[in-house]
Structures are given as C-alpha cells and as structure tokens.
Design a protein around this ligand. Structure first.
Ligand SMILES: *Cc1c(COP(=O)(O)O)cnc(C)c1O
Length: 384
C-alpha cells in the first residue's frame, strides 16, 4: 500500500463526492444480466417457495464450507431460534450471550422461554469475553451463543475449551462473519451449528430476507429442517409443531448468482480495510479495529472508536459521508431487558463503547478515493 493522501483525487472532487454507508445498487449494476436472468428463471418455473433453486443453494453453500448440511431458512433470526429450540432449550434454562450484538441474538433465547445471560466484551475485539463466560456458567446453562461481531471470529480456542469442559454446546451467530476464519477454520464450523443471515446488507445479501443454518450433525440437521417446515419432512406428516421458515426461490436464485463472488468481495472489503488502517493509524484520536491473532476479519463493518463520536458523525454527514453505530445501546441497557435489573456498570466495556464506536462506509465496491475522502475528513475533524 503506497497510496498517500491526495494521490488519486483532486481537491475539487470533495464537493461532489458522496460516500454512502453501503451501496447495494452498485453490486446490482455489476451483476445485472445474471441477476435478472436468475429472477426470470424462477418466475418462468413459478417455484416461489422451496424448489430447485433453494436445494441448489443449500448444496452450494454447504460445499463452500465443506460442511454436511445447510438448511435454508426465512432469515437469520429464525436460524438462531430454530437451533436453540431443537437443542431442547426452554423455560428454566439459561443461555449465555454477548452484551453487544443485534437483538436477534438475545431475543431468540427469550423466545424459547430460557433466560438470557449477558456477558461483557473483550476490549480489543468487541466480541464475547471467554473469561467472563466461564464465571457466568451455572447448572442451568444450556448453550453459549458467541457472535462473530463485525466480521471477526470470537476467541474459539477459549470458548471451545469451556464448551468441552462443561459439556455446553456453542451456537455460533455468523450473521456478520461469512467466510471469516479462526486458525484456518471458518466460523460456523466450531459450534454444533452456525447461524447465517442473508439480509440484503450482510456480506452475502439476498433481495429480501433469507438465512441458513450449517451443521455436521445429521440428527440435528434433520430436526432443524423439520421444525422450520411446520414439523414435517414429508408433506402432511407433522411429527411435531414447528414454524414456517422457508427460503423463497427468488432469494435462492439471487444468492446463487452472488455466491461465486463472495470470496473476491471479501478480499475487496479487506483491501479497503487495509487502506483505512493505514490512513487512520496516523490519527491519535482514532482507535482502528484490531485483528485477532490466527484469524481473518471479513469486515462486515469497519468500526473505529473515538471520543466525540457524535460530533465526528455529524461532521462526516455534512461532508456527504454516511456512518452507522453498531450498536448505540448495548443490549442489557435496552428497555427490553430492564427486567433483568442490570446497571451499565455491570458491562463496563460494552457500556463505554456504545458512545465511542462508529462504523465507517464499507462495501466491496467502495473505491480507494472514497476511503481516502473519508480518512481525510476524519483527519480534518481530528486536527481541528
Ligand atoms: C443480521 C443479524 C441477525 C439476524 O439476521 P436477520 O436475517 O436480519 O434476521 C442476527 N444476529 C446478528 C449479529 C446480525 O447482525
């Protein structure tokens, strides 16, 4: 990386340049002929729910991961719920998860009837702190749900050790970590199951809601599929009550068109992150994301930490640069979890970070000059 500030754009460009937070349209523009053809194919066959496209997607996704089973679902929230339910988790049980995540992670635990037990994050990596996980284990703990937040793996060495020691299964929330690795093994392959989301803005995004579960456990795979299809593997043969969580043919066709690009899109995210790293590391007020040893970061989000976060976001917004906050209120501090009676000081790191984290524009099509424009603006703000 030998790019320097000012090397690929002219000062006048600043006035016009807009940097969106994500740009789904840019990806469609690149793939238009094949996406349009895939959508037309589904309409021609009129296989709108399930069908060949969905089956083919499940096979291709399983192949990509070298995993025995991929079960498509309607969304990543359902994927988590299906796994937890089919592990037999319910009232009286406890499930440990992380204080900083999207609410799907904790919501689905409560939906089973179990109690959510929140754990603080590691200061360097934003992911669940294994040392505290171990302290939170009781005789009622039935699962641990780590989230590979922002696209980086949790400490799977420590979590696997805890899982083995106490014989408690790990359910991985991989909604932000498609293809991220830890010790050369992909996230989603460490726990009893990996839960994925294909929400449009995720690293692999459908044109609506979609998700899946991967697992190498034959018996669980069958249960996941059955529960997600009204408790029936054969039509009209309901072995249990389940839920309706199926993938649309249209979503499967779009996902199949995009899947071959996932690796190169990931590499493009990583190269943009390297540029951010390089240019932002010179600004003392900004903490850039740290990559865990033995792991790859797939940068679903590029998240910096800084004081005066809100002023910086406002300043960037004025320059036409969109940012996000993931997440502005840690889950235990949300009104929805008021009943747990926590204070923000119970989760000191997550509670401190909620007012310091800022997600910068990140998507594969983001150009080098856009990254440069963003970094330049942050530099201007920080030197003021
Ligand atoms: C997106 C997301 C989910 C839920 O996925 P949906 O497909 O939107 O239901 C779950 N967990 C995390 C961490 C997510 O980012």
């Amino acid at each position: 990386m030998s790019l320097e500030f000012g090397s690929t754009y002219h000062p006048g460009d600043h006035v016009k340049m807009q940097v969106p937070f994500v740009d789904l349209r840019a990806q469609y523009d690149l793939l238009k002929p094949s996406v349009d053809e895939a959508i037309q194919r589904v309409i021609d066959r009129s296989a709108f729910i399930g069908g060949e496209e969905v089956q083919a997607f499940e096979q291709e996704y399983a192949q990509l991961f070298g995993v025995k089973h991929c079960i498509s679902t309607a969304n990543g929230t359902d994927s988590l719920y299906i796994v937890l339910k089919m592990l037999g988790i319910g009232p009286g049980d406890e499930v440990i998860t992380v204080a900083n995540s999207w609410i799907s992670t904790s919501e689905t635990i409560s939906q089973t009837g179990a109690r959510v037990v929140f754990c603080d994050i590691e200061p360097d990596y934003f992911t669940i702190d294994p040392v505290q996980v171990e302290r939170l284990i009781t005789k009622n703990t039935k699962a641990i749900v780590p989230v590979h937040l922002y696209g980086q793996s949790c400490n799977m060495d420590a979590l696997t050790e805890i899982s083995d020691k106490f014989d408690i299964p790990i359910v991985e929330d991989c909604a932000q970590s498609h293809l991220a690795e830890f010790r050369g093994k992909r996230t989603g392959l460490y726990g009893v199951a990996g839960s994925f989301s294909f929400y449009p803005g995720k690293n692999l995004g459908a044109y609506g809601d979609a998700g899946c579960i991967i697992t190498n456990d034959d018996a669980l795979a069958m249960k996941f599929r059955m529960f997600a299809r009204h408790g029936a593997l054969k039509k009209h043969n309901h072995e249990m009550e389940g839920i309706n969580s199926r993938m649309d043919g249209l979503q499967a066709a779009v996902l199949r068109t995009k899947l071959p690009y996932l690796e190169s899109w990931t590499a493009m995210r990583q190269s943009r992150a390297r540029l951010y790293d390089e240019w932002l590391s010179e600004i003392p007020q900004v903490h850039i994301p740290i990559v865990r040893e033995h792991s790859t970061h797939v940068y679903h989000l590029y998240v910096i930490r800084t004081d005066h976060r809100d002023q910086l976001a406002a300043f960037l917004s004025e320059k036409g640069i969109q940012t996000g906050i993931h997440y502005p209120t840690a889950l235990p501090n949300q009104p929805a979890y008021g009943y747990l009676g926590h204070k923000p000081t119970d989760f000191p790191i997550a509670s401190e970070y909620q007012s310091k984290i800022l997600s910068l524009p990140m998507y594969p099509e983001l150009s080098e000059s856009q990254v440069q424009f963003v970094c330049d603006a942050i530099n201007t703000f920080s030197s003021a």
